[in-house]
Ligand binder design. Structure first.
Ligand SMILES: Cc1ncc(COP(=O)(O)O)c(C=O)c1O
Length: 478
């Protein structure tokens, strides 16, 4: 295989990228997927925007950490002290990876959704005691939408046809808020769209927000795993992201940002570890990360995410970007040449886009396309509305679409396989028979066995009647 730097393909050309190697080794890359015709092919995981496979470096770190694993912040024993040190070191590594400022707090939580709900609970009220005002775009993932509809006074701004117009609309709305006497406390913005991968110019938006005293939260779930990002460098006030999308699928997520709101906010989880003292008639809460990390900390999740951050930091940022750009460019160029395939776009002038390409195929429901890609080509993608219902409706894709996504572990061959498979679908149709059962597209009389040789056969067998669901596609409302 050639390496990226030797590779001749450029985004937008139709040159094949079949020989492009993954940038970093990931666990499971050699997994064979059974097809309905009885063959087995290496599984092409083009659904990394949903959950990315673990980096080999992450799996290795977990293996080395497990013998040292014990309670964190709770034990005088030797391994408890070692585990506490590992946990706190992981916190520092993760914060440094995203350019946290010296006085920022780095909170280890479960995932992006958890982080955003936590921050929503810390949003200060307005001067008149009313819930704080938050501005969001209608392009957001539900995780950066629903928490603000709860406790905050949220305004949803419709994204415009271009990135440039969207920035102007955001600036105008922020200014209008300030001049109305009820300024926005927070602008909650996606770092990269989970539907199109497109990115808004964050620095410009932060400047506009800060000019009127509004803080900026970036939902970094799709950005942090794919681009270098720095809180200090951009001025973003809060950042949320997920370990399982950052090649560390061990149940940790992160909220990093300014301490004052977090220290003043009501602890998100009430329980052990979050308190200095508890009396029958009152409680004194900790400040800092401990305030919002009640319960036994997820030391393995934190250590895994720190290992992923280290491995990603070791890759040159431009190399990271270019690897994805080549793969993304090939997906777009290849899919665009197929009759009846339409690529979902949000901002045609977006200056950058991470490795997410979403499309529809004329005459086929998204769930049917996804089931076909899996059953006949061993390609895993996502279908549905991607937890972004308002956006999909506005863009005219209320029935959903198919999303392919790539990352550091993706090889060019996988992308080529997807393009070829969609072309075959359009020109020849599917070979297997498909049906919709309980809203899921499935293969009729699916002959594919559960994975063999993993030692997990017994567990998988207990799925019983749910087995079909395990191999079916996500319901459209996912
Ligand atoms: C942009 C974006 N924000 C938030 C989330 C929610 O992430 P999690 O499920 O890890 O909480 C996702 C997940 O797909 C996402 O893509």
């Amino acid at each position: 295989m050639t390496t990226l730097t030797e590779h001749p393909a450029c985004p937008g050309t139709d040159a094949t990228v079949a020989d492009l190697a993954p940038l970093l080794p990931v666990v499971g890359h050699e997994t064979l997927a059974p097809l309905v015709d009885g063959r087995r092919v290496p599984y092409a995981n083009l659904d990394v925007a949903a959950s990315a496979p673990a980096l080999q470096a992450v799996a290795d770190r977990i293996t080395r950490t497990l013998p040292l694993y014990a309670s964190v912040h709770r034990g005088a024993g030797y391994l408890s002290q070692v585990s506490t040190s590992l946990y706190e070191a992981a916190r520092r590594t993760i914060g440094a990876f995203v350019g946290a400022r010296e006085d920022d707090a780095t909170l280890i939580v479960r995932n992006t959704t958890d982080a955003l709900n936590l921050l929503a609970g810390c949003l200060p009220t307005s001067d008149d005691g009313a819930p704080g005002r938050v501005l969001v775009l209608d392009v957001e993932h539900h995780a950066n939408f629903l928490p603000w509809q709860r406790g905050a006074d949220a305004t949803v701004l419709t994204g415009r046809a271009t990135a440039a117009e969207t920035v102007v609309a955001l600036r105008d709305e922020l200014t209008a808020g300030a001049t109305s006497g009820r300024p926005y406390a927070l602008l909650a913005l996606t770092g990269a769209s989970n539907v199109t991968g497109e990115v808004l110019p964050v620095a410009d938006i932060v400047a506009a927000a800060h000019a009127v005293g509004t803080r900026v939260l970036l939902d970094g779930a799709q950005l942090v795993p794919h681009r270098r990002f720095s809180l200090a460098g951009t001025g973003v006030d809060y950042l949320a992201f997920s370990g399982h999308k950052t090649y560390a699928p061990f149940g940790a997520g992160v909220l990093v940002g300014r301490r004052d709101w977090l220290d003043a906010g009501t602890p998100y989880l009430a329980g052990g570890g979050a308190v200095r003292s508890v009396r029958v008639d009152g409680t004194e809460w900790h400040d800092g990360p401990a305030r919002h990390e009640a319960g036994s900390p997820n030391v393995l999740g934190a250590v895994a995410l720190a290992a992923a951050c280290e491995a990603l930091a070791d890759v040159d940022g431009e190399t990271l970007r270019e690897h994805e750009n080549v793969l993304r460019g090939r997906l777009v160029a290849g899919l665009e040449t197929i009759d009846g395939v339409e690529i979902v776009r949000l901002w045609p002038d977006a200056a950058d886009a991470v490795g997410v390409v979403t499309f529809t195929v004329d005459g086929y429901e998204p769930g049917h396309v996804a089931a076909y890609l899996s059953a006949e080509h061993g390609v895993g993608v996502r279908d549905g509305r991607f937890c972004a219902h308002p956006l999909l409706s506005r863009l005219g894709y209320g029935a959903g679409a198919v999303r392919s996504s790539v990352g550091v572990g993706t090889a060019g061959e996988e992308v080529e396989r997807l393009v070829a498979a969609v072309r075959t679908l359009v020109t020849e149709g599917p070979r297997a028979r498909y049906d919709v059962v309980d809203g899921l597209w499935i293969v009729v009389d699916d002959p594919r066995p559960v994975p063999e040789g993993s030692g997990l056969e017994g567990l998988l067998a207990t799925a019983g009647p749910g087995r079909d669901e395990a191999f079916g596609c996500l319901p459209e409302d996912a």
